[in-house]
Design a binder for this molecule. Sequence first.
Ligand code: NAP
Length: 459
Amino acid sequence: MKPVQLISPVDGRVYAERMPLSLEAAQAVAARAKAAQKGWAARPLEDRIALVKAGVARLNEMKDVVVEELAWQMGRPTRFGGEYGGVNARTEYMASIAAETLAPQMIENSNAFRRYLAREPLGVVFIVAPWNYPYLTTINTLVPALIAGNTVVLKHASQTLLVGERLAQAFHEAGVPEDVFQNVVLDHATTEALIAARAFNFVNFTGSVAGGQAIERAAAGTFTPLGLELGGKDPGYVRADANLDAAVDTLMDGAMFNAGQCCCGIERIYVHESLYDAFVEKAVAWVNALKLGNPFDAASTLGPMANTRFAKVVRDQIAEAVAQGAKPLIDPANFPADDGGAYLAPQVLVNVTHAMRVMMEESFGPVVGIMKVKDDAEALRLMNDSPYGLTASIWTEDYDTASALGAQVETGTVFMNRADYLDPALCWTGCKDTGRGGSLSYLGFHSVTRPKSYHLKKV
Ligand code: NAP
């Protein structure tokens, strides 16, 4: 077995190195998680909630080291302060609805019958997490899974393997038993072998489409439920009645934040012809105001991409689109930190078409294509002309218009006048190649529990 190396995008150094577990050791981890589950589920709900909240509170106390490590691992500028806003809000919300969501639902309680629907934890939940929002994507499942009485095994991305260690450390120091939440380093073969051997009762995989397909293949025939939160190519549509400045600001931030490495980042924009020229001009000015640089420099608003290989995908897509007739509006000379490697100048492309990969395949980087549309019908056709369906951001003044258009978009979330945001009270879900299942909201608890019907009769 080879060690897993975490190469920092900041300067290319090996920032951390860990040996993955052997299959036997990984099986032992899963067995311990299984053995610990009944005892954990038997604890009162309030205790589990308190321990999970204490784990997150402990993580907050570790903020300085977490933010610095995050920059080394995946390049996010330290000025953004980590992922604490979302981590805290999602934990608070899921904790606040747990008692009501997990309570048995009484259908009848009479002298003749007691009939009710209960929810049971699934058992051992396995989380396979990505590097791009490494804390948030884990928290989305970790928090409801533990609160609902499951034990959890976490396998984090190689690019962010210290995140798994920090989460485990925080939760253990806060009193969550070690076997209730275990972090592991695994290679793909061992990950898949465990799933195929029914080591887990639920797998939440967040990552690429190819990875999701591999997990689905590994689970085939085991009936292990899967949550698959995969890639996106999220569109923005700016109608003629949009607030232009707000649209530019939010959509460009949605395209560029985190160097474009957001599953629900804006990757393509369709603008009504009446606003198109003004939108493009403002969008270019917005992007030119970004500062690409070392993530530890307080002035940097754009860090390196997490890995030179991810930047290469984006560079190739841009070059290919330009060769096919796209026009790049950002002069890379404005971004002298672009080193041809992980540090990549942002780009705005016009004259793009859906024949170009940059408009069809996930870029997952700081590039966005903008197209002119003449009406809603054309925008809808283009928004739906995608293998993905995570979010769609519609810019209009009117709720009813947004709802009516949203109903025709093949997507997991419809936004009006916002983008690139997860609301803990709404289900995070997708369709088409973006996968299936849902996290957050009361439905997030349904993903980590199973219904159990009680049909009790007196004779
Ligand atoms: P990835 O390469 O698929 O990896 C995700 C995780 O799965 C990592 O822990 C990875 O381990 C593991 N993995 C990948 N292939 C595997 C396989 N065949 N068997 C076992 N484990 C496997 O994705 P990523 O590059 O980390 O993340 C970026 C992708 O995630 C983008 O496509 C993005 O859109 C998507 N994403 C989606 C959401 C959503 O909510 N829908 C949220 C965030 C990100 P290693 O790191 O060790 O390879």
